[in-house]
Design a protein around this ligand. Structure first.
Ligand code: FES
Length: 199
C-alpha cells in the first residue's frame, strides 16, 4: 500500500492543475495533471485540511489546490524566482507583510517556511478575482522592470512571486498565506499547522 493510500481519507488531496511559470502556459492554459485523491464531500464542506502530493511539482511550476472552496497555489520557486524578490521593497505596499495575512512562519522575506515552496491563496485581496501568473518574459505586457509574479486583470493589481502587492495597485494587502504543514519532501497539508492544531 502506498503512503498516499494509507492516509486518512478525509485529508486526501485534490491536486487540480499545474502551469509552467517560465513557459508559454499561463493559468488560463493550466493542464490538469493529477486528481487522484479527492476528499469526501462532507470533509470538503467542513473545510477539512487537504493533503497534497508535491513531489510532482517541478521547479517553476504552479499547482492549484482547492481548499475551502478557494484556489490555493503551491509553487516550487526556482532560484531565479527567489532572486527576483530581492531589492523590490521600495516598490511594494507591504514589503515586510506587516499588514498582510500569513502564519508566523511565513512572515519573512520569502513569505514561506521553505523558500522554494510558496503556498498562497490565488485570490486577489482587492475584490477577489484570481490573478494570473506572468513570468519575467512578459515584460512587453507588464513593463520593462517586471521580473515575474502575478497580475490581476480585473483592476490591474500586480504581485511578486511571494504574493506581495506593488504600490499603486488597488489591492490593499499581499495575497493571503493559509496555514500549512510541510510533512515531508513529498507531502504538504494545507489548512493545518501546529498553531491551528493547538487552537
Ligand atoms: S480584484 Fe484584483 S485588482 Fe481588483
Amino acid at each position: 500500500m502506498s503512503e498516499q493510500e494509507k492516509m486518512d481519507p478525509t485529508r486526501r488531496n485534490l491536486l487540480i492543475a499545474t502551469s509552467v511559470a517560465g513557459g508559454a502556459a499561463g493559468l488560463g492554459a493550466a493542464v490538469p495533471f493529477v486528481a487522484s485523491m479527492i476528499p469526501s464531500q462532507r470533509a470538503r464542506a467542513a473545510g477539512a485540511p487537504v493533503e497534497v502530493d508535491i513531489s510532482r511539482i517541478a521547479p517553476g511550476e504552479l499547482a492549484v489546490i482547492e481548499w475551502r472552496g478557494k484556489p490555493v497555489w503551491v509553487i516550487r520557486r526556482t532560484q531565479e524566482m527567489l532572486d527576483s524578490l530581492k531589492g523590490a521593497d521600495a516598490r511594494l505596499t507591504d514589503p515586510a507583510s506587516k499588514s498582510s495575512e500569513q502564519p508566523r512562519y511565513a512572515q519573512n522575506e520569502y513569505r514561506s517556511e521553505k523558500p522554494e515552496l510558496m503556498v498562497m491563496e490565488g485570490v486577489c485581496t482587492h475584490l477577489g478575482c484570481s490573478p494570473q501568473l506572468k513570468s519575467s518574459d512578459a515584460k512587453a505586457e507588464m513593463g520593462a522592470d517586471w521580473s515575474g509574479g502575478f497580475y490581476c486583470p480585473c483592476h490591474g493589481s500586480k504581485f511578486d512571486y511571494a504574493g506581495r502587492v506593488f504600490r499603486g495597485a488597488p489591492a490593499p494587502t499581499n495575497l493571503i498565506v493559509p496555514p500549512y504543514t510541510i510533512v515531508s519532501e513529498s507531502t504538504l497539508v494545507i489548512g493545518e499547522d501546529k498553531e491551528t492544531k493547538g487552537a
